[in-house]
Design a binder for this molecule. Structure first.
Ligand SMILES: NC(=O)c1ccc[n+]([C@@H]2O[C@H](COP(=O)([O-])OP(=O)(O)OC[C@H]3O[C@@H](n4cnc5c(N)ncnc54)[C@H](OP(=O)(O)O)[C@@H]3O)[C@@H](O)[C@H]2O)c1
Length: 338
């Protein structure tokens, strides 16, 4: 499987390639997302391999248990990539809370192992992180990449510790410019057939449909969200790889270690439901807007607004344009309306 790379052919490896984001990151490197000025100028062709676990078929997507260091070493040796985009994580809050140790193992320790292995082999690592590393307290957003962090839940804590592991391991190895953190907000996009629950946005469609059966649904109308499309994130990951790999080793150390991408359209979950209902031509009567927000006495405070600034990406000349949220959903739901 190992490949010889001339200047124009590069190899990318994507973990979590059976997941919501990883599938689109693979497609972006395959050249299936929009070309940008940066990617066209580089003119690179990518060979791309994805890894998954329970859903990997072993043919299109390699089955690799990232919790086993020997499997990590083997896949890096076999694929020999120039860039690894690390999407695999445990990100479902109920699963995180039910298995804090397993979550720490995957989100932090596996990330550290990958960072160490990539640093020692000179592979660029793009670690996908989250806006939930911030507290989201009213008045703080938009957050710059260097703003003070303060996660409010275990998921955010483990993702932040994963970030620290990446930065530490690459500094220890003296390869600072090759370890990059990419924070993204709540994601939407193509899910597996019939599995809207893969995305915290797509799943709201199920709530709207349920409400049509007469079931009353309470929907959050307090926290502000800036959903990003998985295709856009895939394109940005590819462009980050192009930018960092095409920068000389000496100059790369002065490139930022933390980058952030975001959608720019603000919605509460209730507003997303309103939009889906409008597109489907159905009422939202059974969906009740919940404006309660946080109980000030509760021990865990949910983030109100974690809007991420994309300044660091823009300063690098990376295209941060986003798809129009409503237009994407109008196209996606066309079939439903007929
Ligand atoms: N989704 C969001 O709204 C969102 C928001 C902000 C940040 N993020 C971040 O974006 C990244 C991608 O999220 P996602 O939504 O695409 O996640 P996802 O759909 O839940 O996919 C998780 C992936 O991790 C793989 N995986 C789990 N355990 C593994 C193991 N032991 N060894 C190897 N692979 C394993 C899964 O493989 P199998 O399914 O094949 O087992 C799957 O491909 C994550 O880092 C997440 O923290 C996501």
């Amino acid at each position: 499987m190992s490949s010889t790379n001339n200047n124009q052919t590069k190899t990318a490896l994507v973990t979590g390639a059976t997941g919501l984001l990883g599938r689109q990151v693979v497609r972006a490197f395959q050249g299936l997302s929009v070309p940008t000025e940066l990617s066209s100028k580089a003119g690179w062709t990518w060979e791309v391999k994805g890894t998954g676990f329970s859903r990997a078929d072993g043919v299109n997507v390699l089955k690799v248990d990232l919790e086993k260091e020997e499997e990590v070493e083997r896949v890096l040796g076999d694929v020999s990539p120039q860039v690894l985009v690390h999407c695999a994580a445990n990100r479902f809050p109920d699963k995180v809370d039910a298995d804090p140790e397993g979550t720490r193992l995957l989100n932090v320790e596996v990330t550290r192992t990958l960072a160490r292995a990539c640093a020692s082999r000179g592979i660029l690592l793009i670690y996908i992180s989250t806006d939930y590393v911030f507290s989201g307290k009213p008045g703080e957003a938009p957050y710059e990449a260097d703003a003070a962090t303060g996660p409010t839940n275990l998921y955010g804590v483990t993702k932040l510790d994963g970030e620290k592991a990446v930065i530490e391991e690459f500094s220890k190895a003296g390869k600072e410019g090759l370890g990059v953190v990419m924070r993204v907000p709540v994601l939407y996009g193509k899910t597996e057939e019939g599995r809207n629950e893969e995305s915290a946005v797509n799943v709201l469609l199920d709530a709207v449909l349920k409400a049509q059966e007469g079931k009353k649904v309470k929907m959050d109308h307090w926290a502000l969200r800036f959903p990003a499309n998985t295709e856009d994130v895939g394109r940005v990951c590819r462009d980050v790889a192009v930018k960092y790999l095409s920068t000389s080793e000496a100059e790369r150390t002065s490139l930022p270690r933390i980058l952030q991408f975001s959608g720019e359209e603000q919605y509460t979950k209730y507003e997303m439901c309103q939009l889906f209902a409008e597109i489907l031509g159905v009422p939202v009567d059974n969906i009740e807007a919940n404006t309660e927000g946080n109980d000030p006495n509760a021990s865990v405070q949910r983030p109100y607004d974690c809007h991420l600034s994309t300044k660091a990406l823009k300063d690098l000349g990376i295209d941060v344009s986003t798809q129009d949220f409503a237009a994407w959903w109008r196209r996606e739901l066309r079939a439903f309306r007929h």
